[in-house]
Each structure stands twice: as structure tokens, then as C-alpha cells.
Design a protein around this ligand. Structure first.
Ligand code: ZN
Length: 279
């Protein structure tokens, strides 16, 4: 996509404004270690690709005790960041449910910054609770529409990437949409939020009225009916959005009112009280 005007919506600032928010195989890939801590000592926020050593002694415990998963055989070696995410206890959602499609938007330059922000992160990670919740959502979708799948565009986002994002837009007109990491993270930074849409069996996304990360009222949930009446959103787009919300609700997620694609498992207050951001 080349028209990523303002994707930032899932960025923490928006999260703040909106209150409840913004490969070669390891032959013997072990199940994700989930009994270890989630986020421990601080890792460098400047370069997450080289900061794996500092976090090995993580001590915080997960809340909840998700079961270990049997991962499909990995065919591509994990990057340093991916290995770090797993040591911290985050899980690759495609190991939880291989039928969920993933296309991380920040691995490409056609995002609002015009830069590749995920240089070392190609798998979609979530907190285990959120990954299990997403699996439930996918199951509900398959029950209702076996021909469709969830397609994830962003999931857990390390604070180091948030810092990079902030640095890119700092001093530009886009800066108001990206929170300063020093002020705390959004739900993506806890691995408790996901940006996603619906796709068909070929991976082609369904019509939702706007692209993901579109900035403007057409992306808002509130007022959809009125915008349909005004001819700005089609009945098909509204129906597809409702289906997405229905299946995500089955997993326990709530949509962000200003972004049809962004879903939180918890509120910011809950996240702040019970979880830690990803360094
Ligand atoms: Zn988001």
C-alpha cells in the first residue's frame, strides 16, 4: 500500500487520547517458555536487535498460566529480537494457531513513517493471554465463516521500536500521533493489543471502508451507520467490520472506538497495574 497516510492510530498517543488504548529451522524448536518472566531488566531502547543479553534474567511472572504449545516445525531461524521476545515469554501467534495470517505492516516502508521499523521482527508476538484470546477469535470466525481468516498487521511492539518511531516523526507534523516512550507505552507495547482485519482463503483482505491506519472519521466505529447513510461507507464494509468485532469479542477483545482494526484485551489501567511493557 502506498497510501498509508496516518497509520499511527495504534500508537500510544492515540492510545492515551482514546483512553482505552493506541526463518531456517531450529530443528528442535522447544515450546515457548512461558513459565519465565515477562519483562525483566531493561534492555537497551536504542537498538533492540543487539540487546539480548541484558534481559536473560527476567524475573516478573506471567499472570495466568497458559499451556505450552506444540509449535509447528519452524523453517526460518529466529532473529535476535524474536529470540528475545520468546525469552521474555511472548508467543508467536502462528505457533498458537497456524491458520491465523500475518502481514506485519512495519516490516515494510509503506507505513506512515515511510521507514521500515521492524528490521528484526517478522513474527507476530503477543502476551500468552492475548495469543490464546486471539485463537478463540479465530475459532469463532472459522465457525461462522470457514472460508475466512484473521490477518494480523501489528501485534506486540517493543518500546525500542516505539522509540524509533518517535525519533522518526519527532519535529514533523506527524509527531502528535506518536507518544514519547518516556511517557509510557500503549497496549501494543504490552503485547496486549492487535491490529488486524479479515481475509479470504487466498489472503486477500475484505473491504472495510478504509485501509488499516487510516486517519479520519471513516475509521471510527461510532457513527458508522450515519456514514453509511451518507454514502461514505458501504453496507459490505459495515457488515465486515461487525463480523470482525463479533469474533474478536468472542476472544475477549474490545475494539478501539477510533480504529476499526485495533483491539485491546485489557484497558490501559489494567495493563499498567498488572503487566510490564516490552523493553
Ligand atoms: Zn493498533
Amino acid at each position: 500500500m502506498t497510501k498509508f497516510v496516518f497509520p499511527l492510530l495504534c500508537l500510544p498517543l492515540c492510545a492515551m487520547l482514546c483512553s482505552n488504548h493506541k526463518e531456517q529451522s531450529e530443528p528442535s524448536a522447544k515450546p515457548v517458555e512461558i513459565s519465565r518472566g515477562l519483562v525483566g531488566k531493561s534492555a537497551s531502547t536504542a537498538d533492540f536487535s543487539t540487546s539480548t543479553a541484558e534481559i536473560s534474567g527476567s524475573t516478573a511472572d506471567f499472570l495466568g498460566t497458559p499451556s505450552p504449545v506444540s509449535a509447528p516445525a519452524d523453517t526460518i531461524a529466529k532473529t535476535a529480537t524474536e529470540q528475545r521476545m520468546e525469552r521474555l515469554g511472548f508467543v508467536d501467534i502462528q505457533r498458537i494457531d497456524p491458520s491465523i495470517q500475518v502481514s506485519l505492516m512495519y516490516t515494510r516502508a509503506d507505513n506512515f513513517t515511510g521507514r521500515v521499523l521492524y528490521t528484526d521482527l517478522h513474527r507476530a508476538y503477543l502476551h500468552p493471554e492475548a495469543a490464546q484470546a486471539l485463537k478463540k477469535a479465530q475459532a469463532e470466525l472459522k465457525r461462522l465463516r470457514p472460508d475466512l481468516s484473521l490477518k494480523v498487521y501489528d501485534a506486540a511492539r517493543p518500546m525500542s521500536v516505539q522509540q524509533r518511531m518517535y525519533n522518526v516523526v519527532k519535529g514533523t507534523s506527524k509527531s502528535i500521533y506518536v507518544s514519547n516512550p518516556k511517557n509510557g507505552g500503549g497496549l501494543h507495547n504490552y503485547g496486549l493489543a492487535v491490529d488486524l482485519t479479515l481475509c479470504d482463503a487466498k489472503g486477500d483482505t475484505l473491504h472495510m471502508g478504509t485501509v488499516i491506519d487510516y486517519l479520519g472519521k471513516l475509521a471510527h466505529v461510532k457513527g458508522e451507520q450515519q456514514r453509511m447513510a451518507e454514502g461514505q461507507l458501504s453496507q459490505t464494509a459495515i457488515s465486515n467490520r461487525k463480523l470482525l468485532r463479533r469474533v474478536m469479542a468472542a476472544g475477549g477483545f474490545k475494539v478501539l472506538s477510533t480504529e476499526w482494526w485495533h483491539f485491546n484485551l485489557h484497558t490501559r489501567a489494567e495493563a499498567k497495574a498488572r503487566y510490564k511493557v516490552i523493553p
